[in-house]
Ligand binder design. Structure first.
Ligand code: NDP
Length: 511
């Protein structure tokens, strides 16, 4: 009896298998291209992917849409730029929205030593090279951010911070991650109050403000070790505060610590409070050793946080699935999200490896996935011919305004006397978000003409006298002077062009 049942099961199983195979063949044979679009000879695989949703991917909608982009990459770190490189090289019209920190976290690191084939290169340089490579194949990098998305319709609707609306046929989310703060896990008095006034997450940007001073680095991972070693070139001493009994950094990084006698590591220690003075400068940290159950006050001028990151996935959460920490979940070993046509790459979807090389590999896979998705849905030369007239054209306006350079207090005083409204950006060469702020300022200045004066102070070539005069502790910083007096300042804050334009117009109206 048992054998009869087994045979029956086998026959039934085989029949179902054959039926399934027939069903797949019929569908594969038909394909499910954008309706009515001819496939170009040889360039399009004849089978749709398992993701086909013909009712959603209606070619008529694409043909009727304005501002079409076959591949939009959101983010310009190693994942985004690698996706752009592969997308553009596959002849997809590819736009990259670089976001508020062009180049991402890698631009805030020092040397990268584990990028295969490149023994040692500055993170920012690695980004520049990759960006140029992507641009050489036709990718267009746009100084704007995606503010909002609607993945319930196809083509996907994307809105930028500068107010543009575009329709993407496929999207790669490569928005990376932002640094974690102490307050995210434990309320730490002083962190918010002295943010950008002694508390920071970017040693590469802010280390020069701490020449000859004592600082602490919080964290025990690779980033913390990197920050600590970088700071030794400036600070008098660096104390690493590690909350547990051991470092998490890779053995090679831990070994490097021994080469820096200026660095001391305190284990089992966390910050209870960050203490400062009336001039808004950090003066000390109150720390607590959990093993000895003892607290003490360490006099320091700077607190550098290197305690991990949060994925930048907020604007996508309504549409794509994320885990409880906010990482975008991938459906398999590819870069597919739960929304067909939307892919994710790099730290926004990687909670395990978080390496630049892995992010780059993810980006490559995501672009290949996007290409396959488009082809499987009938994207071909003839379709391109029909839609290319409707492509989104980024039209960068020529920014004609030449920002003044302030090198000394004398330069500053002269400019402030000449213009009742003076707007000054304080930046540094190795600060990616400073470059964004300069671009934003330049664009707004070009729109406003000579109604206000715009200038920059670079940490790399300005005098210590200037740094002291404005109590500068962090970059980027935006200082606004009305009739020679500092009327407001924005430390480590970025603006969209629209925000800055509105703010300055308001100041002009109030004057
Ligand atoms: P990690 O998550 O690796 O390390 C975070 C560190 O911060 C840990 O020591 C953690 O302690 C500590 N920490 C977390 N929260 C707190 C808190 N609230 N208070 C005090 N300490 C805290 O993050 P990283 O940014 O260092 O690295 C992220 C990834 O990037 C890693 O995969 C790393 O390998 C990679 N990376 C690689 C580099 C390179 O190869 N050159 C350079 C920089 C980063 P605990 O261990 O107790 O959890």
């Amino acid at each position: 009896m048992k054998t009869v049942i087994q045979i029956a099961k086998l026959v039934l199983g085989s029949a179902l298998f054959l039926l399934g195979a027939f069903f797949i063949l019929v569908h594969v044979g038909r394909g499910c291209s954008f309706g009515g679009i001819e496939k170009s000879k040889g360039s399009v695989p004849s089978q749709p992917t398992a993701l086909s949703q013909p009712q959603l991917f209606d070619s008529k909608k694409a043909l009727q849409s304005k501002n079409i982009v076959p591949l939009v990459v959101i983010g310009s770190g190693p994942a985004g730029l690698s996706a752009a490189l592969y997308g553009a090289r596959s002849s997809l019209y590819t736009l990259v929205f670089e976001g508020r920190t062009p180049g991402g976290q890698l631009t805030e690191t020092t040397y990268v030593e584990n990028w295969p084939g490149t023994p040692k290169l500055l993170g920012a340089e690695l980004i520049n090279i990759t960006r140029k490579q992507a641009e050489r194949f036709g990718a267009i990098v746009i100084a704007d951010s995606i503010a909002n998305v609607d993945f319930s319709q196809w083509p996907f609707l994307l809105k930028t911070e500068e107010g543009h609306e575009l329709h993407a046929l496929s999207v790669v989310i490569a928005t990376g991650a932002k640094p974690r703060l102490l307050n995210d896990t434990r309320k730490t008095p002083g962190e918010k109050e002295y943010w950008a006034h002694g508390v920071t997450t970017c040693a590469v940007c802010d280390a020069p403000f701490y020449k000859g001073k004592k600082v602490v680095v919080v964290g025990g991972g690779d980033s913390a070790v990197e920050e600590a070693t970088y700071l030794t070139a400036y600070a008098e001493s660096v104390i690493m505060l590690v909350r547990g009994p051991a470092l998490r950094a890779a053995p090679a990084m831990q070994a490097r610590l021994k080469e820096f006698p200026k660095i001391k590591v305190l284990y089992n220690t966390y910050i209870e409070e960050i203490v400062g003075d009336k001039t808004l400068s950090v003066t000390a940290v109150k720390i607590h050793n959990v093993q000895e159950k003892k607290s003490q006050v360490l006099p320091v001028a700077g607190v550098f946080l290197a305690i991990g990151h949060h994925p930048n996935s907020d604007i996508f959460k309504k549409w794509v699935t994320t885990d409880k920490e906010g990482y975008i979940t991938l459906t398999s070993r590819n870069q597919h999200t739960n929304v067909p046509g939307v892919f994710a790459a790099g730290d926004v979807s990687d909670k395990v490896y978080k390496q630049a090389g892995v992010a780059s590999g993810d980006g490559i896979k995501a672009a290949l996935d996007a290409y396959e998705f488009l082809q499987a849905h009938g994207y071909n030369e003839s379709f391109v011919k029909q839609i290319e007239k409707n492509y989104f054209d980024p039209h960068p306006e020529a920014d004609t305004y030449k920002l003044r350079k302030i090198l000394s207090v004398k330069d500053f005083e002269k400019l402030a006397q000449e213009h009742p409204l003076l707007i000054v950006e304080v930046g540094a060469e190795h600060c990616a978000s400073c470059k964004t702020l300069v671009k934003t300022m330049q664009s707004v200045a070009s729109q406003l003409g000579e109604k206000a004066s715009f200038a920059t102070i670079s940490l790399d070539d300005s005098s210590q006298e200037l740094i002291k005069r404005f109590n500068l502790k962090s970059v980027p910083s935006l200082l606004i002077f009305k009739k020679e007096k500092l009327s407001s300042r924005y430390d480590q804050q970025l603006f969209s062009k629209r925000e800055l334009y509105t703010m300055i117009n308001q100041l002009l109206a109030d004057a």
